[in-house]
Design a protein around this ligand. Sequence first.
Ligand SMILES: O=P(O)(O)O[C@H]1O[C@H](CO)[C@@H](O)[C@H]1O
Ligand SMILES: O=c1cc[nH]c(=O)[nH]1
Length: 237
Amino acid sequence: MSEVKQTAHINPTGEIAETVLLPGDPLRAKFIAETFLEDVEQFNSVRNMLGFTGTYKGKKISVMGTGMGMPSMGIYSWELIHIYGVKNLIRIGSCGALQDNLDLYDIIIGMGASSNSNYVSQYHIPGHYAPVASYSLLEKAKHIADEKGYPVHVGNILSSDTFYSADKEANDKWRKMGILGIEMEAAALYMNAAEAGVNALCILTVSDHIYKQEETTAEERQTSFTKMMEIALELGE
Ligand SMILES: O=P(O)(O)O[C@H]1O[C@H](CO)[C@@H](O)[C@H]1O
Ligand SMILES: O=c1cc[nH]c(=O)[nH]1
């Protein structure tokens, strides 16, 4: 490869596609590459934040871990967009469900990403910005899910700065506002994408239910959320 720019976090040893799937867990990225992609090349290993490019049904697509939390998502999505020209960024994550009509392994599409984070303050918006998904990606994802017969819940999610919160009433308040589930990165992704004028979407699988006290194992979070992965893979250009 000629003149490939390196950053502090991504040293590409291969091509990065215009559409990138972004699980928080780099081992979930490896699982997707090994399970679903053909002609796979690993393009990143800096900090073990594994990134791969291959083809899915003949279309080029990449998948790369982002780590946990908004600062980490902020770094990787910014570099993918501004340094490597990525146009479609699709987070595929796990989440804790807040609503009674949700169960383990249900799929949620984050139409909006509410947040308790201060990430938005960097933009000096004169008001309260509502981070939202790209409508074109959202519509396409819903259509793909319907065609596959995979039920999805579409709505508002919470991107939280904390996994273990000292505020024991916070979940009740977000639940009352209809928030479907809690994760930790989508709002930063939606904001970075909006500022850059590119497309972003967050698809989640329920890994635990905060009110039903049910949860999946670490291994299940790495390898068993395949319906969400299939929907995201179909979004390749
Ligand atoms: O499964 P991932 O994509 O990492 O997503 C969720 O899981 C992590 C917390 O366990 C956070 O990153 C949260 O957003
Ligand atoms: O961020 C997350 C992810 C999974 N489950 C949670 O409760 N929170």
